[in-house]
Design a protein around this ligand. Structure first.
Ligand code: NAD
Length: 256
């Protein structure tokens, strides 16, 4: 059980982050959910998770594109035993047409935020002699696709950061691993469908089947519950000696 452990999950008011927050709460952890917004819905979501699982759940606003906000999130949490770096955005375009500001935003949110939150969280984990850093990378942290230069670069960077964090934390009761999901049907993926339809000149069903799931041998999307379960496993005692590595939840994508 993760009782009396506190988890901070970045970018967790939707999609995979929310699935991970729910799964960790289901395993008994107190949770901090986060995004860059500060709406009633955000706080209601925390209330709902707290009530559903009988844990303390709070929403803390912090913009993961801003280094100071990343560090302030860990401060405001007042304790972080399990850090899940999940916030991420996507943009799909050829390198020649890729807007520089999109490149910068993707590198900041998808990669650099994990550096800042990890730097802020490690001292507390070392003092406690226990901690888990779980980075949500991607199949695109291990392999590439065209038109996703910034995303693929950032996710490969996250996998590198994962290995370095694991080496520095080794022997201190703190592990660091990356989960590499294939396609999960969340808002970030839903939003890519129109662009992919345009780029490939295909209808929605054909894009899903022949572009997105073409790389996923199972022919099925992974689910947020499956990614959440993987995070719970990585936080468990069974994973004490698993560190500096990646776990793919990709229906066989990276075996191809
Ligand atoms: P999503 O769009 O549903 O979730 C992204 C989350 O990040 C949201 O909660 C959003 O509010 C938050 N976020 C975005 N910008 C932020 C910022 N500046 N500050 C704080 N929070 C911010 O997408 P998702 O599919 O759930 O993606 C979550 C993570 O999983 C991302 O890192 C993504 O790259 C990764 N991933 C997704 C898939 C997939 O197929 N959906 C596959 C592999 C990896």
């Amino acid at each position: 059980s993760l009782k009396r452990k506190q988890a901070v999950v970045t970018g967790s008011n939707s999609g995979i982050g929310l699935g991970i927050a729910r799964a960790l709460a289901g395993a008994g952890a107190d949770v901090v959910i986060n995004s860059f917004t500060d709406s009633q819905e955000d706080h209601d979501l925390a209330k709902e998770i707290g009530a559903a699982f009988g844990v303390t759940a709070r929403y803390i606003r912090a913009d993961m594109s801003k280094p100071d906000d990343c560090r302030a999130l860990i401060e405001a949490a007042g304790g972080c035993d399990i850090l899940v770096n999940n916030a991420g955005i996507q943009h799909v375009a050829r390198i020649e047409e890729f807007p520089a500001e999109k490149w910068d935003a993707i590198i900041a949110i998808n990669m650099s935020s994990a550096f800042h939150t990890t730097a802020a969280a490690l001292p507390g984990m070392y003092a406690a002699g226990w901690g888990r850093v779980i980075n949500v990378a991607s199949a695109h942290g291990l392999t590439a696709s065209p038109y996703k230069s910034a995303y693929v670069a950032a996710k490969h960077g996250v996998v590198g950061l994962t290995k370095t964090t694991a080496l520095e934390a080794a022997g201190k009761g703190v592990t660091c691993n990356a989960i590499c999901p294939g396609y999960v049907l969340t808002p970030i993926v839903e939003a890519q469908i129109p662009d992919q339809m345009k780029t490939h000149d295909m209808d929605r069903e054909t894009v899903i089947k022949e572009v997105m799931l073409a790389r996923q041998p199972s022919g099925e999307f992974a689910t947020v519950e499956q990614v959440g379960g993987t995070a719970v496993f990585l936080a468990s005692d069974a994973a004490d000696q698993i560190t500096g590595t990646t776990i793919s939840v990709d229906g066989g994508w990276t075996a191809l």
